[in-house]
Write a protein that binds this ligand. Structure first.
Ligand code: MCN
Length: 778
């Protein structure tokens, strides 16, 4: 094995200079000759019958080439948009979705027609001239009302609004029977808009002569797009090239295929010219899938000495108008036990159809929700029995690994007490408690909140994922290609859109091949290059699964290169040393051959007898298990009882993702994740009016926090490698988001405890807190 130098190095992201100087190339930067532009005519109603669609004056407007509706697209798009069965195949009666509505529209913003024109401005203007004869229908907007007998249904004629109703485990009675204390709480998870910096966008070019499609799309997984859209349009993979160039963030919202991903290439096929559509910010807030949107009824049971016994959870999940491709992955049962030992955990999930845009995975997808409710309930239990939240956590932590959870999942490795201890020390917990007492005496509302989060990620073993995805066994692939003079390209099936893979994956290759880091380039996002299939980036899987494929392909090459070097030196293979781009025989470092010389030999004469020419390798990796990172986040706040304002005084996070390839990138991921968790805790919420009109359709109404609202974060880590993969790495891309909301809300509840306030829902905005404080005082 080469001498390790790059793995673990804190080096700057090599992609940043290009991106921050404006040299990124996003979907909208690609230009094809004779392109026409698409604008989408969308439903203004939450729920309505479409009596007729009349192009009206749109066809007479300047530059307009076509007005198209479902009838046109039915000629080129076959079948419905895909839905992964996930865990809810038992009851799936959600109506199938065609990319453009016909007869009935089921959420505000649903596409009902498109206008194609010579410029995007002409297309947008003409879209306003299309006349749709609507018959508004009752809208289903509230989860509880949706389940009432006689409720209107989100789809005309549907039997009810239940998309799924699944009980994972019904029984927690024995645990509850033993309990001294039971605490019940309803916990809300508001709808969130993922809000990537770059909205969605598609450019597609159909070549009729050779029957090929090229599509540029802002997506987290171009191979999925090729699979789904190619299938629907009847274009085989070898004639369908999908390019996800630079992508300005996705946070889960660019995993599933969208209506426009079908409509743009289908229009190109229909009209025989390239078509482009770029989403506006308002379209993004209205039509990109939302996250969360859930209500939980939870009960926790335990002993007065702090022992936790049981949890009962019912999750009501707002599916929106249609099942998103991966919406059922938000059913969060697998993480409900959190970091603790329980006697029993009972869990039921109900997916409910409403007349809102569908929900789908958003950073963490199911895991922030589970963490928030477990961590909240543990704190409520502590308040009830009058014990310290840190002490109760310590008393109940899982300490032996591998650990099999009540849902038969195997936690790989952990040291939960280790990360909590470090975080408590960093925040000065004991001292804080003393300060808090003094502050309370002087009428100040200081609070501290702990979140000891865990996560299941690294999706994922084919055995575990294939049944849930309908056959897409989430393995990963890599193709490493060494050119004759020794430079290296790595092609992967994952997609980096902010996670720094261009830096971290070459760090792995540099070590594995013993070549300089600068000799290695990462390529991703183009289905015409690299392995036949890749599964993309989400579920913090890229390193633990994709990085392993990269390592394995590199190892194949290294093995071969070493054999060639041994042959060139006429030495035994085991005596060959490989370091920083050179091979030499043990003990004779002065007589060395550059990696490039060996690579050159691989493509020419003089190879060992019987050895195949070339120096490239493909590898696939199917992990034996998921990986389970963990950590402890602690937040300190002061709440102003006069205004309900929350000032975040400190935020400490000690996380553990096993071995680390690049600490700087890991910290960046955690930092971004925490900010999204804080955003949910304090600021963001998608709000619909009762009639189904979106009220948060601009960034003035949907309040994404800026650096001004976020305190300095104190980050540290512990290192507990996973036995699941050779690198010993676990995922970190979602950790901050999973952990943060519970830490913040626990801190606020702790601050307001003297007023008798036990629980606060999100976002804990000043108006919500002020009202709660007023009620408590009254
Ligand atoms: N890493 C490391 N050592 C570890 C773990 C990770 O050096 N032990 C590095 C990896 O090599 C990679 C990065 O950290 O460069 C994140 O790796 P990983 O945890 O494998 O997560 P993914 O790359 O699969 O990213 C997915 C994750 C998800 S699910 C969402 S959502 C998300 C996120 O990443 N969306 C993001 N981070 C985002 N960051 C940005 N800027 N934009 C998004 O849309």
């Amino acid at each position: 094995m080469a001498i390790t130098t790059m793995v673990g190095a804190r080096i700057h992201r090599r992609e940043d200079p290009r991106l921050v100087r404006g040299h990124g190339r996003y979907a909208d930067d690609f230009v094809r000759p004779h392109t026409a532009y698409m604008a989408v005519v969308r439903s203004p109603h939450a729920h309505a019958r479409i009596r007729s669609i009349d192009p009206g004056d749109a066809m007479k407007a300047p530059g307009v080439e076509a007005v198209l509706t479902a009838a046109d697209y039915k000629k080129v798009i076959a079948g419905a948009m895909p839905v992964a069965p996930a865990f809810v195949a038992e009851k799936k009666q959600t109506p199938e979705r065609f990319p453009i509505a016909e007869g009935e529209s089921c959420y505000q913003g649903e596409p009902v027609a498109v206008v194609i024109a010579d410029t995007k401005y002409h297309a947008a203007d003409a879209a306003e001239l299309v006349v749709v004869d609507w018959e508004p229908l009752p809208a289903v907007m509230d989860l509880e009302k949706a389940l009432e007998d006689g409720s209107p249904t989100a789809h005309d004629g549907a039997p009810d609004n239940v998309g799924w109703d699944l009980t994972y485990s019904a029984d927690a009675d024995a645990a509850f029977a033993e309990a001294d204390v039971v605490v019940k709480q309803r916990i809300l998870q508001q709808r969130l808009a993922p809000t990537p910096m770059e909205p969605r966008g598609v450019l597609a070019e159909w070549h009729d002569a050779d029957q090929t499609m090229t599509m540029w799309v802002s997506s987290q997984n171009p191979h999925f797009i090729r699979l789904f859209i190619g299938g629907a349009l009847g274009i085989p993979e070898n004639r369908f090239r999908v390019i996800s160039p630079d992508v300005g963030g996705g946070f889960g919202s660019k995993i599933s295929p969208y209506p426009e991903d079908y409509l743009v290439p289908a229009t190109s096929k229909l009209l025989g010219r390239p078509i482009k559509w770029i989403e506006t910010r308002t379209e993004n807030l209205q039509n990109a899938t939302h996250g969360r949107g859930q209500v939980f009824d939870v009960e926790i049971a335990g002993k007065r000495d702090g022992q936790l016994l049981g949890l009962k959870i019912t999750q009501y999940l707002d599916i929106g108008a249609y099942m998103g491709t991966f919406s059922a992955f938000q059913a969060c049962a697998c993480l409900l036990p959190g970091a603790y030992v329980w006697k029993q955990v009972a869990s039921r999930t109900v997916g409910i159809l409403t007349n809102k845009v569908p929900t789908d995975p958003y950073r963490g997808a199911g895991r922030p929700e589970a963490t928030h409710l477990v961590e909240r309930m543990v704190d409520m239990f502590c308040a009830e029995i009058g014990m310290d939240p840190a002490a109760v956590r310590r008393k109940n932590f899982i300490t032996e690994f591998p650990h099999t959870s009540p849902f038969a999942l195997v936690y790989d490795s952990g040291n939960y007490d280790g990360s909590l201890s470090k975080a408590l020390e960093l925040v000065g917990y004991e001292q804080f408690r003393r300060d808090q007492e003094a502050a309370r005496a002087s009428g100040k509302y200081l609070g501290i909140g702990i979140s000891t989060w865990i996560e299941i990620c690294g999706f994922g073993p084919s055995a575990g994922t294939a049944p849930a995805t309908g056959g897409l066994a989430l393995t990963e692939s890599a193709h490493v290609r060494v050119f004759p003079t020794g430079s290296v390209n790595v092609y992967v099936g994952t997609h980096s859109h902010g996670q720094g893979h261009d830096t971290t994956f070459p760090q792995i290759v540099a070590d594995a091949l013993g070549v300089p880091y600068d000799a290695v380039e990462l390529r991703h996002g183009d289905t015409a290059e690299g392995p036949a299939f890749g599964y993309g980036t989400y579920g913090s899987r890229s390193l633990a699964v994709g990085g392993m494929a990269v390592l394995k392909a590199s190892q194949k090459i290294h093995e071969k290169a070493k054999k060639i070097a041994a042959h060139m030196f006429e030495a035994a293979e085991e005596d060959i040393v490989n370091d920083q781009g050179h091979f030499y025989v043990k003990g004779s470092p002065e007589n060395r051959k550059a990696f490039g010389e060996v690579a050159f030999a691989a493509y020419g004469a003089g190879l060992p007898e019987g050895m195949e020419l070339g120096l490239e390798a493909v590898a696939y990796f199917d992990p034996p298990n998921f990986v389970w990172p963990f950590g402890a986040h602690i937040c300190v706040v002061e709440v102003d009882p006069e205004t309900g304002g929350v000032e975040m005084l400190r935020y400490v996070a000690v996380d553990d993702c096993g071995n680390v390839i690049n600490p700087m990138i890991v910290e960046g991921q955690i930092q971004g994740g925490i900010v999204q968790g804080i955003a949910q805790a304090l600021f963001e919420e998608v709000v619909y009016a009762e009639d189904g009109t979106l009220r948060t359709g601009t960034l003035l109404d949907y309040s994404v926090p800026t650096a001004n609202e976020i305190p300095t974060l104190t980050l540290d880590r512990t290192v507990t490698p996973t036995p699941t993969n050779e690198l010993g790495v676990k995922g970190i891309g979602e950790a901050g988001t999973i952990a943060a909301s519970a830490a913040v809300i626990n801190a606020i509840c702790d601050a307001l405890a003297p007023l008798g306030i036990q629980h606060v829902d999100m976002p804990a905005s000043p108006d919500r807190l002020w009202k709660q404080i007023q009620e408590a005082k009254a």
